[in-house]
Every structure is written in structure tokens, then in C-alpha cells.
Design a binder for this molecule. Structure first.
Ligand code: FAD
Length: 371
């Protein structure tokens, strides 16, 4: 006899774990399956760990809703559970007249997204805040910060288990069938089989493949993921910065530009850049040093190219390919496609970490009709 669960969540990254905690407070019979030997070993531990404010996303996108809501929820949770974080603030710097004009547009756009706390900084205010930065003007976002994402995930993990849910590691979903109105899920090539009423696919870089295992036509639904690598470099000796420093995002690109982020140990890293790749492979491309240097020196003229050292990299699960229009998160109950109770989360790139609790709450609302 195969065991039947109410809810099975595929993937123990920050999204799967946030969902698992939220759902296990409401329902019994919650299972998380993760193919790796531990949680959070993929994109959730290969990112900038920035709690974003939600400035840039197109108005009508889920990203524009989940990010500011998630920002607030994350700060509240960090405070309640003593998860290391810092509300450092972010400075968006304009180095020429065109970028100065763009700052105005960024502020207006943010206001349309409900972000009303951005303020302009003139050259002298900027000099006081960040003496090593050279820019004509800037915008300051006080609600941007950083978080220890591993501790966040650990907190979700512990709470999920103490709510009575099961987290099964080294358990890869290898097949999904529909049987008697439930999903029959095969783990590790049939080593274990289970039934589940609701199946949540938060498989990160593999979420498109998992959707197709269930029978979804991922090309017809436009769910096929493209991998977009982001390299980071650190500087030694490091410049002295006390805020997150971002350039005005370059037009028609898939990233926010090479920015400077601090971690909770005050270590500064630069990046991520963006390059579409075919494979998931985590070597930092050292040849990117020159282009990092050229980008950084525009706002940090004291940076020395020799000081830049390869750090780490992550891969964005993107729905849009090179030069294609920007895409939103997919968070979808597939009932219209004939798969009721299959909830796909696809293309959960940035600001996924910031949005995790808001996404979890939304998923909970999708699950409700089934249980
Ligand atoms: C370079 C970079 C920088 C970023 N910076 C930020 C930032 O500063 N702020 C921010 O808010 N967001 C940021 N993000 C985005 C954020 O990291 C992601 O949105 C988030 O980590 C996605 O979490 P996830 O749980 O969906 O995916 P993952 O962390 O990849 O988790 C998916 C899990 O599913 C498991 N899995 C996959 N297939 C199977 C299977 N068949 N069976 C069982 N398990 C399976 C995987 O092993 C993995 O553990 C960044 C992303 C990148 C790449």
C-alpha cells in the first residue's frame, strides 16, 4: 500500500521551505521531498541575500506585489526569530546626465508600485554617506537590506518539522502519474511511491522538467527555463562601503547591473553579471574580471583591477531568453490544463528570496479549495 499525503512539496529551497512551514501550520499530512542531501543547496544559497524593496518590477506583475509584501514579512520574521539581517539601505547611483534623468523615472515607477520611501541624494549627501563613491546624484532606498538566507531556511525547516511535517532528503521525484484523482509520485526511480492530493512544484532550476513529468506541455505553456549565470567577484583590499550600492540598471538587460553588496560579516562582493548558459555549472568565469572592473570603476573610481578576485556564482531560472520581454513569476494551479491541485512555481528568480513568505501565503490560498 502506498502512503497518501495531503500535500507534497517538491524542493527544499527557500520557496519550498517557506511554503512547507505555512501549509504545515494549517494541514496535516505535509511532505517535502528534496533530491540533495541537505536543504538549500542550489539557487537559495547562491544569491546576493538582498531583501529587495520592489522598485523596478512592472506594475501588474506578481513580482511587484510579492516583493514589497515579502520585504515587510521577512523583516518581521527576522525580528521575531532572531534571524541575522541588517536594514542597510541601498543607494542607486547616477554617474552621468542621462542616468540622473533615469533616477526620476525610477522613483516615479517605485511610487506606482507603492514604494514611497525613496529619497534623492545630492552629490554632497552622497559624499557624506559613501566617501569612496563618485556619482552626480543618487536615490536612497531605506527598506532594502540583507539577510542570512541559510538561517532563514533553517528556521523554516525546524518549524516545518515541529509542525509535524516530514522532510525527506536524498529523495528525487523521478515520475508523476495521475491515479484515482490523486498524484502518484515516484521517488528515486521507484524506490518509494506515494499518493498526494496536492502536489507543489518548487523545483527551482528543474521546475520546468518536473512540470513536464506531470504531463504539462511546457513549450505550449511557455514554461521552459533558460539558465542565466551570475558571477560574483570580491575585492581585496576591499573598498569601505556601508550601504548596498547599485548603478542605474542598464537598459535592455536581464540584471540590475554590477552592484556592490555587503554580507553580514561586512564582506563586499560585486555582481552578479548575467550570461545565458546551457548547463548548470558553478565555476566562476575569471575572464569576466575586466568587464566587472569597467562597470565598477564608473561609480567606485578607486577600485583596482588586480584587487578583484573570483568569488561565487548562481544561476537564475529565467522564463525569458536573451532579448525577450521580461517575464513574471509563474505561480499556477494547473486545473485548467487538467491537473487540479498541481501547483507549479516556475521562473522564481530574483526577488524570490525576498518574496518567499508572500509566495507561500498565495500558494496557501490556491491549496485551500482542495483540502
Ligand atoms: C545570482 C542570483 C542572485 C540573486 N539575488 C537575490 C537577492 O538578492 N534577493 C532575492 O530576493 N532573490 C535573489 N535571487 C533569487 C533567489 O535566490 C531565488 O528566487 C530563490 O532562491 C529560489 O528558491 P527556490 O526554492 O525556488 O529554488 P532552489 O533554491 O533552487 O530550490 C529548489 C530545490 O528543488 C530541488 N529539486 C529540484 N528538482 C527536484 C526533484 N526532481 N526532486 C526533488 N527535489 C528537487 C533542488 O535540489 C533544490 O533544492 C538571486 C538569484 C540568483 C541566481
Amino acid at each position: 500500500m502506498t502512503e497518501t499525503f495531503n500535500i507534497t512539496i517538491i524542493g527544499a529551497g527557500v520557496i519550498g521551505l517557506a511554503i512547507a512551514e505555512t501549509l504545515s501550520t494549517k494541514y496535516d499530512g505535509v511532505l517535502v521531498v528534496e533530491k540533495n542531501p541537505s536543504f538549500g543547496q542550489e539557487t537559495s544559497s547562491r544569491n546576493s541575500e538582498v531583501i529587495h524593496a520592489g522598485i523596478y518590477y512592472p506594475n501588474e506583475f506578481l513580482k511587484a506585489v510579492f516583493c514589497p509584501e515579502g520585504n515587510q514579512l521577512l523583516y518581521e520574521l527576522c525580528k521575531k526569530r532572531n534571524i541575522p539581517h541588517k536594514r542597510l539601505g541601498k543607494i542607486i547611483v547616477a554617474t552621468d546626465d542621462e542616468e540622473c534623468l533615469a533616477l526620476d523615472g525610477i522613483k516615479k515607477h517605485a511610487e506606482r508600485n507603492g514604494i514611497s520611501d525613496l529619497t534623492f541624494l545630492g552629490r554632497s549627501q552622497l559624499q557624506t554617506l559613501e566617501p569612496e563613491i563618485n556619482a552626480k546624484a543618487a536615490l536612497f532606498s531605506p527598506s532594502t537590506g540583507i539577510i542570512d538566507s541559510h538561517n532563514l531556511m533553517r528556521s523554516f525547516y525546524i518549524q516545518t518539522e515541529s509542525n509535524g511535517a516530514i522532510i525527506a532528503l536524498r529523495s528525487e521525484v523521478t515520475a508523476i502519474h495521475i491515479e484515482n484523482g490523486t498524484y502518484l509520485v515516484e521517488i528515486n526511480g521507484g524506490e518509494y511511491r506515494l499518493h498526494t492530493r496536492v502536489l507543489i512544484n518548487s523545483g527551482g532550476l528543474h521546475a520546468d522538467r518536473i512540470a513536464s513529468l506531470a504531463g504539462i506541455d511546457i513549450d505550449q505553456k511557455d514554461y521552459r527555463l533558460k539558465y542565466c549565470k551570475g558571477n560574483y567577484f570580491f575585492a581585496s583590499p576591499a573598498p569601505k562601503l556601508s550601504h548596498l550600492v547599485y548603478p542605474v540598471p542598464p537598459r535592455n538587460t536581464v540584471s540590475l547591473g554590477i552592484h556592490a553588496t555587503l554580507d553580514l560579516n561586512n564582506r563586499i562582493k560585486f555582481g552578479p553579471d548575467s550570461r545565458y548558459v546551457r548547463e548548470i555549472e558553478y565555476t566562476v568565469d575569471e575572464n569576466r574580471k575586466e568587464s566587472f572592473y569597467q562597470s565598477i570603476r564608473k561609480y567606485l573610481p578607486g577600485i583596482n583591477m588586480q584587487s578583484l578576485q573570483p568569488d561565487m556564482c548562481g544561476i537564475r531560472p529565467k522564463l525569458q531568453g536573451p532579448n525577450e520581454p521580461y517575464r513574471d513569476f509563474v505561480v499556477q494551479d494547473e486545473k485548467e490544463a487538467g491537473y487540479p491541485g498541481l501547483i507549479n512555481l516556475i521562473g522564481i528568480e530574483s526577488p524570490g528570496l525576498t518574496s518567499c513568505i508572500a509566495i507561500a501565503r498565495y500558494v496557501s490560498s490556491l491549496v485551500e479549495p482542495y483540502l
